[in-house]
Design a protein around this ligand. Structure first.
Ligand SMILES: [Cu+2]
Length: 391
């Protein structure tokens, strides 16, 4: 059985083997090469079912096919995961193994780091990224993972975990980065350790919510691009076809469910969650920060830098995925535009408590940047309603 490890936990020789295999993988062409598999997600094959109940199963098969293809070069290598919720990530961001443009080979020579950048579909250039340096944003995505892990049904979890997953895409890609764009994200080698981490979050949820399976109606559904693979085939990563596990999975502490019978005795204050609905993901990508103001005075839009940072989310846009963007009505496949609508839940409890705003009047303001790094007004964001709930 393959054991997937956190990328920061790899030994020097494991990391070297991974880099060498990845470099060779990126040089190759043809079926099941890095560049071929990178093309399943967005350009040119457009298979990724974002915004559907197949999100988790499809990516589970996808990254395992990538791992198995990589292992034809070196069978000692497994796919690493990058835990962007770990203490190290929340203090220093992207793992060094992915973050450095070069690495030192055994002979002392510096080589381009194949975990830093990969070739895009026509080899016209290498991927690039410009990650946000604000790790408070990552901490907000980690809080969204905690919210997702509390979900009781598969369908709810699948939808909820896609939210912080998308935010991390935009956070990593940043200004004109490939990771922040659905069409080219999978050509950045960090895509695979990011998605291994999302897959691991599913594995954690599966351990903790043992009885919850996907609805019967989708179990026999085939996964686009992977003939012979259904949702049911993906439920147990240790089965003979997938054959992997995550190091340390058995030591994970499950989140405590809110047992209804205990509610009356709980001293826990309800969480305060900002819900952003009807996010249209067909266009550009955006990184959006939430600021809280005590609304004693009416605060005008121009003073929105006055507040306290409370959380963040990313809009992982699919701009450029469809050349035929304008005639969506003709499409009835899984790329229907309504499928690219999503939601975000941002836990702002900590900030509200820190500012001692419970029971008082306050307001939320948004500060957004697009993929060109330009500040955009909150009215021009592709979002519908924003509501604040406590639960
Ligand atoms: Cu993704």
């Amino acid at each position: 059985m393959k054991i997937r490890k956190e990328i920061r936990q790899l030994t020097a020789s494991e990391l070297l083997a991974l880099r060498r295999a990845m470099a060779e993988f990126q040089r190759r062409d043809g079926l099941n090469s890095f560049i071929d598999l990178g093309g399943y997600h967005g350009i040119p094959r457009r298979l990724c079912p974002h915004g559907s109940s197949l999100f988790l199963p499809w990516h589970r098969v996808y990254i395992t096919q990538f791992e198995d293809a990589l292992r034809t070069i070196d069978p000692s290598v497994t796919l690493p995961y990058w835990d962007w919720t770990s203490r190290e990530s929340l203090s220093s961001g992207i793992a060094e193994a992915h973050g450095n443009p070069n690495y030192q080979e055994q002979n002392g020579l510096m080589q381009p780091n194949p975990l830093f950048s990969g070739p895009i579909e026509d080899r016209s250039r290498q991927t690039r990224r410009n990650p946000s340096q604000n790790t408070a944003q990552l901490a907000s995505y980690a809080a969204s993972v905690s919210l997702a892990l509390e979900r009781q049904s598969y369908t709810e979890f699948n939808t909820a975990i896609e939210e912080p997953h998308g935010s991390v895409h935009v956070w990593v890609g940043g200004f004109r980065g490939d990771m922040s764009s659905v069409p080219r994200a999978a050509y950045d080698p960090i895509f695979w350790s990011h998605h291994a981490n999302v897959d691991r979050q599913w594995a954690i949820w599966q351990r903790c919510q043992r009885n919850s399976r996907p609805p019967e109606a989708i179990l026999n559904q085939e996964l686009p691009g992977f003939p012979g693979w259904t949702v049911a085939d993906t439920l147990d990563p240790t089965n003979s076809r997938l054959d992997y596990t995550y190091e340390g999975l058995e030591n994970v502490i499950c989140p405590q469910p809110n047992l209804p019978g205990f509610e009356g005795f709980s001293t826990r204050q309800p969480k305060i969650i900002v819900e952003v609905r009807d996010i249209d993901r067909n266009g550009d990508s955006f990184l959006v920060d939430l600021f809280v103001n005590d609304a004693v005075d009416s605060v005008s839009e121009t003073t929105n830098l006055e507040g306290t940072f409370a959380g963040s989310f990313g809009i992982f846009g699919a701009q450029g995925l469809h050349n035929d963007h304008h005639d969506h009505q003709d499409h009835h496949d899984h790329h229907d535009s309504h499928q690219f609508k999503s939601r975000q839940h941002i836990d702002i409890t900590e900030t509200i408590d820190r500012l001692n705003l419970r029971g008082k009047k306050w307001q939320i303001q948004l500060l957004a940047t697009n993929s060109d790094g330009e500040r955009v007004s909150s009215e021009s964001l592709p979002i519908g309603a924003i509501t604040i709930t406590s639960h």
